[in-house]
Write a protein that binds this ligand. Structure first.
Ligand code: NAP
Length: 244
């Protein structure tokens, strides 16, 4: 068994689940989180434990809550002693005109999509610095680069993640910790299940690659970034089939 640990937020489905499967296949210990889908997370844990015999800790709770993240990381470090790779993936979308968005919706989006990244990093980085090694990968979006109409708050959060990634990369490079972000285009997950067949087809026509990306393609890039490329840091890598 590899004695390496990866922490993945939002791992019950979609991109986070695919990333969990990719790392489990290589024998990593896993720290998995989600907020609402405790059953899905337990099923994933059972499946991966049976198939790959990896050690898995599950934490069901809201990554937007600072104290929850503090406990999750402290308990994980108590069990595994070290977190080698942190993947900030949990996120929610909000589609609608900015003027129709309530302050509660705004606060929830910012807490889930951006504050969570601060909280996980705050509690994971000290042990990485002590070991002088670590990788942090933030799952971002092309909308954080270009901005999207009717997804203004989401774009702001992802733009925030991109700047956070660049700043933290500079802060941690002397400690041999690399921080990068993957700015996804349209990936085939439940986040895009709101689109009708016609809307999906129109969107696919706009993407030069002619299709949505798959969660497995994001997982493959995350795995590559997390296990190599020691001189690559502070980058926002777009994975979008040429969309942007
Ligand atoms: P998804 O299928 O909706 O999965 C989202 C995951 O995040 C679920 O596991 C969900 O678990 C978890 N989550 C949501 N709120 C949470 C909270 N407060 N605390 C803990 N976990 C929470 O979405 P996805 O497409 O895989 O998205 C994953 C990431 O990729 C997100 O950051 C998203 O912004 C980004 N991204 C996606 C796309 C795309 O086209 N799909 C494009 C660009 C960027 P629960 O259901 O249990 O809450």
């Amino acid at each position: 068994m590899l004695n390496k640990t990866v922490c993945i937020t939002g791992a019950s489905r979609g991109i986070g689940r695919a990333i969990a499967c990719r790392f489990a296949k290589e024998g990593y210990n896993l720290i998995l989180n989600c907020c609402h889908s405790a059953n899905l997370l337990e099923e994933l844990k059972d499946e991966l434990t049976r198939q790959y015999h990896c050690q898995i800790l599950c934490f069901v709770g809201d990554v937007g809550e600072f104290s929850f993240v503090e406990q999750m990381i402290k308990k994980s470090l108590a069990t595994f002693k070290h977190i080698d790779i942190l993947i900030n993936n949990a996120g929610i979308a909000h589609i609608g005109l900015l003027s129709d968005m309530s302050i509660d919706d705004w606060n929830q989006l910012v807490a889930t999509n951006l504050t969570s990244v601060f909280s996980t990093c705050k509690y994971t980085v000290p042990s990485m610095v002590q070991k002088k090694s670590g990788k942090i990968i933030n799952i971002s979006s092309i909308w954080g680069i270009s901005g999207a109409s009717c997804e203004v708050a989401y774009s702001a959060c992802k733009g925030g993640i991109n700047a956070f990634t660049k700043g933290l990369a500079k802060e941690l490079a002397p400690s041999n910790i690399q921080v990068n972000a993957i700015a996804c285009g349209v990936i085939d997950t439940e986040m895009n299940a709101c689109f009708s067949a016609e809307e999906r087809s129109a969107l696919e026509d706009e993407i030069p690659a002619g299709r949505y990306g798959t969660p497995e393609e994001v997982a493959e890039l995350a795995f590559s970034l997390a296990t190599g490329h020691p001189y690559l840091t502070g980058q926002i890598i777009t994975l979008d089939g040429g969309y942007l």
